[in-house]
Ligand binder design. Structure first.
Ligand code: NAD
Ligand code: TDX
Length: 336
C-alpha cells in the first residue's frame, strides 16, 4: 500500500508514521507537510529515524492548499490520511484566518484530489467539534450536534462537513475519526502537557488557565495510531468513529501528577489568565469503534506514561529549546 500522510511531520502525524513503519512494514509512505512552526524542525529526523527508514518514507515539503501538488501526489498513492491542520486553540484566537484557510481550504483541496482520482481518504478530526460538556454530562455520541467554540474547532467542524458532503454527493470513499487529547513524544511545547513538563525541567512552575477544573480525556498517541489503522482496514465508508480511552483528568489532576513525578510540592502552581471561550470538558462515547471494529487502547498507567514523557523531554532538549523560547514569549504577551 502507498499511503500519503498530510501533516506527517507534526506531532500526531510523525508518531503515526513511526508507528506504521514498525507495525505495517509493507506500507510505503509519503509525507506532505509545509513545515509550519508546529512541525518544529524535522521531527522524523530525530534520533536518526528518517535516515534509517528513508527507503520506505519520503518527505515532500509543500502546502495542502496547493491543488496541483496535492493532485499529483494523490494520483500516485492508494490511500490518503489527512492530519495537516493548524491545531492550537490559543493561536486560533490570535489568528483565526489562517485556521479557516488551512483547515477548510486545505481539506477541500485534499477532497477534490481524492474525488478526481477515486482514492480512499481518512480524515482526522477532533472532539472539539461538539463544543464542550458540563462536568457531569454524558459523553458526546455520534448524534451529538456540532457546536464548536473556537476558531480552531469551527474550522475543523467545517472540514468534517465538507468530507460528509463529498461522500454523499460524489461517492468519495472517506471515513472520519474524532479523537480526544493526545499525549506523547514530539508534541509541541505550546500544548498543555509539554509546556508544563518543560517549565518544570527549567525549575519553574506549571501554568494553569483559570481554576484548572477543565477536563480532557487523554489518549496515548500510539493508541490513536492503532485506532486509525483499524479504521483504514475495516472502517465503513461514510462513518465517523469516536476515539477515546475514558482517561478523563482535570488539568489540575494532570499537573498534580507531574509535580509528584518531579518531587515538587503540590502547591507549585501559577494560575494564569483563562482562555477565552475555554471548553469545560470533552468526553467521547467510543462504543462504535469498540463494538464494530473491536479496537481497544493498550493497557497503560497514566502516571508511568507521564514519567516516560518527562524523560523523553529531558533527553530531547535540543529539539524543543528554540520553540520553547518563542512559545513562552507569546504566552507572556497573552497573559497565559
Ligand atoms: P501539529 O500542529 O503538531 O501538526 C500539524 C502538522 O500539519 C504540522 O506538521 C504542520 O507543519 C502541518 N501543516 C499545517 N498547515 C499545513 C499546510 N497548509 N500544508 C501542509 N502541512 C501543513 O498538530 P497535531 O497535534 O499533530 O494534530 C494533527 C491532527 O490531529 C490535526 O488535524 C488536529 O486537528 C487533529 N487532532 C489533534 C489532537 C491533539 O490532541 N493534538 C486531538 C484530536 C485531533
Ligand atoms: O499552559 C496551559 N495551561 C492550561 O491550563 C495550556 C497550554 C493549556 N491549559 C489548558 C487548556 C485546556 O483546558 O489545558 C487544556 C489542554 O490545552 P491544550 O493542550 O491547548 O489542548 P486543547 O485546547 O484541549 O486542544 C487539544 O485537544 C484537541 C489539541 O491542541 C487540539 O489540536 C485537539 O483538537
Amino acid at each position: 500500500m502507498r499511503l500519503l500522510v498530510t501533516g506527517g511531520a507534526g506531532f500526531i502525524g510523525s508518531n503515526f508514521v513511526r508507528w506504521t513503519r514498525e507495525s505495517r512494514p509493507e506500507v510505503s509512505m509519503t509525507v506532505l507537510d509545509s513545515f509550519t512552526y508546529a512541525a518544529q524542525g524535522m521531527n522524523l529526523e530525530v534520533d536518526g529515524w528518517l535516515a534509517a527508514n528513508g527507503d520506505h518514507v519520503s518527505v515532500v515539503v509543500g502546502d495542502i492548499r496547493d491543488r496541483t501538488l496535492v493532485d499529483s501526489l494523490v494520483a500516485v498513492h492508494d490511500v490518503v490520511i489527512h492530519f495537516a491542520a493548524e491545531s492550537h486553540n490559543d493561536a486560533s484566537l490570535e489568528n483565526p484566518s489562517e485556521f479557516v484557510d488551512t483547515n477548510v481550504n486545505g481539506t477541500l483541496s485534499v477532497l477534490e484530489a481524492v474525488r478526481a482520482h477515486g482514492k480512499r481518504l481518512h480524515h482526522i478530526s477532533t472532539d472539539e467539534v461538539f463544543g464542550d460538556l458540563s462536568l457531569d454530562a454524558p459523553a458526546f455520541t455520534h448524534s451529538s450536534p456540532y457546536r464548536p467554540s473556537s476558531p480552531y474547532s469551527a474550522s475543523k467542524a467545517s472540514a468534517d462537513l465538507l468530507v460528509g458532503a463529498w461522500v454523499r454527493s460524489f461517492g468519495v470513499r472517506a471515513t472520519v475519526s474524532i479523537c480526544s487529547n493526545n499525549y506523547g513524544p514530539f508534541q509541541h511545547v505550546e500544548k498543555f502537557i509539554p509546556r508544563q513538563i518543560t517549565e518544570l525541567l527549567a525549575g519553574r512552575v506549571p501554568r494553569i488557565y483559570g481554576t484548572g477544573a477543565n477536563v480532557r480525556d487523554w489518549i496515548a498517541v500510539d493508541d490513536h495510531s492503532s485506532a486509525l489503522w483499524r479504521i483504514i482496514d475495516a472502517g465503513q465508508i461514510g462513518r465517523t468513529y469516536l476515539v477515546g480511552t475514558h482517561n478523563e483528568r482535570s488539568n489540575l489532576e494532570v499537573v498534580a501528577a507531574l509535580l509528584e513525578v518531579f518531587g515538587r510540592p503540590a502547591g507549585d502552581i501559577e494560575f494564569v489568565r483563562d482562555r477565552t471561550g475555554h471548553d469545560v470538558r470533552y468526553a467521547l462515547d467510543t462504543s462504535l469503534i469498540f463494538d464494530d471494529l473491536g479496537w481497544r487502547p493498550a493497557p497503560r498507567s497514566f502516571r508511568r506514561e507521564l514519567e516516560s514523557l518527562v524523560s523523553w523531554y529531558a533527553d530531547h532538549e535540543a529539539w524543543w529549546r528554540e520553540a520553547k523560547t518563542t512559545s513562552e514569549e507569546r504566552y507572556r504577551r497573552l497573559g497565559h
